[in-house]
Write a protein that binds this ligand. Structure first.
Ligand code: GSH
Ligand code: ZN
Ligand code: ZN
Length: 188
């Protein structure tokens, strides 16, 4: 069976609707970078793109968002570096272990104001479970055999997750609505 991510491979554990945040830590055994979130993640999903952080051996990232006001770096911020200044999402990674602690959008963008985080970096329990799989075809760009991408889609279906090659339709609709308003085609 094709392996996607440790949080998916053995079945998905549902999150808790009353969960209200926790602490993320990078993988360093000493002086880990720590990020504190004061809310649960939203739109948590699997992402197959080449840019999102994945644990060793995983084909997909698990990534969700929180309003940026709900995120603060609470320890060892000096270890964080932006991995690609030219990307829309500025991903802050630990320069020692490579884990991405959060991604922030500084430019004008439909998702500006939301930070991208990997709840698996937390030992706390209750984080929203993954809701869908995004950028599935992009796994091929990472080197995954294109002949076997059907198995990946099938495995997500088995787990109850829809697969898309961009974001989910509601998120794509939100992006298009933002763009339509910006270009004057929709009422502001
Ligand atoms: N096929 C590309 C897709 C990259 C992509 O568009 N990723 C999405 C999902 S994370 C995105 O919104 N990226 C914005 C960014 O990385 O700044 C890849 O795999 O690198
Ligand atoms: Zn680290
Ligand atoms: Zn991604």
């Amino acid at each position: 069976m094709v392996s996607l991510h440790p949080l998916l491979d053995n079945g998905i554990t549902p999150g808790s609707p009353s969960f209200s945040g926790g602490t993320l830590k990078c993988l360093c055994s000493s002086s880990p970078v720590e990020v504190t979130l004061t809310s649960n993640v939203l739109h948590n999903h699997a992402c197959g793109c080449t840019k999102c952080w994945k644990p060793a051996g995983a084909l997909f990232s698990i990534v969700g968002v929180v309003p940026k006001a709900n995120l603060s770096v609470t320890a060892n911020a000096d270890k964080l570096v932006i991995i690609d200044e030219s990307a829309a999402i500025q991903r802050y990674a630990c320069k020692e272990c490579g884990a991405h602690l959060y991604g922030r959008i500084e430019k004008e963008h439909p998702f500006a104001g939301l930070d991208f985080v990997h709840a698996e970096l937390s030992e706390d329990k209750g984080w929203q479970e993954p809701q869908f799989a995004a950028f599935v075809s992009s796994a091929i760009e990472q080197g995954f055999d294109p002949e076997k991408i059907g198995e990946v889609r099938g495995r997500f279906k088995e787990l109850g997750l829809e697969t898309y090659d961009a974001l989910s339709p509601p998120l794509m609709d939100a992006i298009a609505t933002w763009t339509g308003k910006k270009n004057g085609k929709l009422p502001a």
